[in-house]
Design a binder for this molecule. Sequence first.
Ligand code: 7TS
Length: 413
Amino acid sequence: MIPRNVKDDFPILRQKMHGKSLIYLDSAATSQKPQGVIDALVRYYQEYNANVHRGIYHIAEEATRRYEASRGKVAGLINARRPEEIIFTRSTTEAINLVAYAWGRANMNEGDEILATEMEHHSNLVPWQMLAAERGAKLKFVPFDGQGLLDLDVYERLLNERTKLVALTHQSNVLGTINPVKDMTRKAHAVGAKVLVDGAQSAPHMPVNVQDLDVDFFALSAHKMCGPTGAGAIWARYEILDAMPPFHGGGEMIMLVQLDKSTYKEPPHKFEAGTPNIADCIVWSDAIDYLQDIGLDAIRAHEKQLTAYAISQLSEIPGIKILGPRDLERRGGVVSFHLDVAHPHDVAQVLDQEGIAVRAGHHCAQPLHRRLGISASTRASFYLYNNEDDVDALVRGLHVVHRMFSPRTAPVT
Ligand code: 7TS
C-alpha cells in the first residue's frame, strides 16, 4: 500500500498553478523529486563535493565511496549479478547509444539484422538506424495490433540466424503496453541474437530482475524514478562488457597511455571516461532507497488500480479514444487518448489552465502514432504520488475541453 500522505514528500506538488493545485500527470516524461532527494543533492555540494577515483583526501574518498555505493544500489534495483555490470551514463538515451556505438560497431556487419518494434521511443530507434546505415545492416520491425500488443507471430517469423539484436521497450511510453520480454528473449536467444531492453518506463514502476528476464542489455534513467536528471545506466552481463571496446576515450578509463596507444581499465571504468556526473549518480541511490522503502510491488499495484479507475472514468468523455491494452496485467500507468473535438495541444493548454500537467504530441514515438493513423495524442501518466482525486480533476478538465470545443447544437425553435 502507498501511504496516503506520500504527496507531502514532493514539495513541487504543493504549488498552485493558475490559482489551482498543481496536478502532475506527466511522470512518463520525468518524475517529481521527494524532499529527501533534493536535500541529498544539496548535501553533496555542501559537504563532500570532490572528484572521484583520484583524490586521497577525506572528501574525495567519501565521494568515491558513495559513487560506487550508488552503482551497487542500481545493480540491486534490477538484480544484476555484480555492481561492475552497471555503467553510469547520462540517460537511457546515452545508454542505448553506448551499446549501438561500442557493441554495435564491433558486432554488426553487412547483411546482419536488427529487430525492433513499431512502438519504440526514438531513443531506441534512431541509434539503430545510424548503426544500420554505417554497418550495412538491416532494420526490421514487429508491428502491434489494435489493442497495442505486439504481434508475436510476426516476431517469430522475423527472427532468423541473421538477427544479431532485438531492441525492445519493456513498457511503451504511449500505449502503456508491458511487453513479454522474458518470452521474447528466449526466442531471440534461440537464434543467437542479443536482446537490449529499454527500461526507461519499466524500472521506475515495477520490480525488474534482469537475471530472470535473461536479457543482455538493460537501459534506464534516474530522472523517471524520483532521481535527478543527467544520470542513467546501461546494464549488461560482465562477459559482454569485458569483450566490448570502449565508448568514449579520455581520463580515468585507461590503464596505461603511451603517445601512440593505450590500454584500458576493466568494466565499468573502461566505459566512464572523464569526470562523471558525480552528484546525480550518487543521489540516484537516495531515490532508489525512497522507492524501495515504499516497495516497487506496492507502486505497481497502486498504478494498476489508478489506471483501471482512469480508464473507467475517461471512457465517460464523449468522443474519446483511449489507446493501449485494456488488460491491466499487460499495461502500466500511462493513459494516452485522443478526443474527436480538439487537437491534443489544445487539450493540454485548456488542462494547464485547470492546473493539470499532461503531455501532448507524439511523445518521441512518431512511427507509433503514424501506425495509429494520428499525428499526436494527449497522455496522462501516473506515479506513486497520484491518486483518484487527480483522475477526477483530469476528467473535470476534459469536460471543460469538451464544452469549449464541441460544435454547439442548433437551438430549438
Ligand atoms: N525510452 C522510453 C520508453 C522513454 O519513454 C524515454 C523518455 C526514453 C527512452 C528516453 O529517456 P531519456 O531519459 O534518455 O530521455 N520518454 C519521454 C517521454 O515519454 N516524454 O518525455 C520523455
